[in-house]
Design a protein around this ligand. Structure first.
Ligand SMILES: [Zn+2]
Length: 239
C-alpha cells in the first residue's frame, strides 16, 4: 500500500501538472453556457463519435466486441476548457465547484435529450462513485457524491450515497495510462454486506476516461443484484 506521504506528494505533482493557469469562470451564467456534447455517441458506452448528428445507432467497435457491464453511459461535456479546469481545481486544490449549476445542466439533459435513458416505470436511484476513504478524509468531500446529491434533490430521484464502497488503495486513475486503468480498479468496489441494492441505478461520476471505474462499479452492483445501470458523468475525455 502506498504511504499517505507518497500519496500526498503524488497528488501535489498531479496538481502542478494539471492546474489551469487562470481560474475558470464558474458563475451560473458561465456554467449554463458550457457547450454540451450533442453529437453522435455510441448508444452503449457513450463514446463521442465524430462531430455530426447520429448517423446510425450501432455500438462502437469496443462495445461490439465486448459489451460493458452497464446498460448505457452518457457524458454531458467534453473534458476540456473550463469544464476540465473546474474539476481539476476542485479535486486538487479544494476550490469551490458549481455543484448546483452542473446538477441543473444534468437534470435538464436527463429530462430532455437523455429522456430515453430512464424508461418509465422504476425511477433509478442515484449512486455516486465513491472515493477511497483516505482520499475522502484528505479532501473532505467526494465530488461525484456532491453532484449526485444535488441531482437527486432537483430530479426527485432517490439517492443512495452508501450503496457502494471503495475497498482498496489504488494508484490515482488520473496518473495511469489507459492500458493500466482496468487492472487498477478491478475489484476495488463492493456493495457493503447486508445492504440492499436498488434494482435500477443511475451511477454518477465526474469524469469518464477509459470506462474502467464505471465498469468495476457496475460489476459490483450487478453481482449484488442490480438489474439496470446507467452511467452518467459530467465530462468525458476526448482524444
Ligand atoms: Zn461503445
Amino acid at each position: 500500500m502506498r504511504s499517505a506521504w507518497a500519496q500526498w506528494v503524488g497528488d501535489l505533482a498531479t496538481l502542478r501538472g494539471l492546474l489551469p493557469a487562470a481560474s475558470p469562470d464558474l458563475s451560473p451564467s458561465a456554467v449554463a453556457r458550457w457547450p454540451a456534447r450533442i453529437f453522435a455517441v455510441c448508444p452503449r458506452c457513450g463514446a463521442f463519435e465524430g462531430t455530426g448528428p447520429a448517423a446510425d445507432l450501432s455500438p462502437c467497435v469496443r462495445c461490439a466486441a465486448a459489451p460493458p457491464p452497464f446498460d448505457a453511459a452518457r457524458s454531458l461535456f467534453a473534458y476540456t476548457g473550463d469544464v476540465r479546469a473546474a474539476i481539476v481545481a476542485t479535486k486538487y486544490a479544494g476550490r469551490p465547484y458549481p455543484v448546483d449549476d452542473v446538477a441543473l445542466r444534468l437534470h435538464e439533459t436527463l429530462s430532455g435529450r437523455w429522456k430515453d435513458l430512464i424508461p418509465d416505470g422504476v425511477p433509478p436511484t442515484v449512486v455516486p462513485v465513491p472515493a477511497h476513504p483516505w482520499k475522502y478524509f484528505r479532501r473532505g468531500f467526494n465530488l461525484p457524491a456532491l453532484i449526485a446529491s444535488r441531482l437527486s434533490r432537483r430530479s426527485g430521484l432517490p439517492f443512495a450515497p452508501l450503496a457502494l464502497s471503495r475497498t482498496r488503495e489504488q494508484a490515482p486513475q488520473a496518473r495511469l495510462p489507459g492500458i493500466l486503468r482496468h487492472g487498477n480498479v478491478e475489484g476495488a468496489f463492493r456493495v457493503p454486506r447486508h445492504r440492499k441494492v436498488p434494482s435500477t441505478i443511475l451511477l454518477l461520476d465526474d469524469v469518464y476516461t477509459s470506462g474502467a471505474t464505471a465498469e468495476a462499479c457496475a460489476r459490483a452492483l450487478k453481482c449484488a443484484g442490480a438489474a439496470s445501470i446507467v452511467v452518467v458523468t459530467v465530462a468525458r475525455t476526448v482524444s
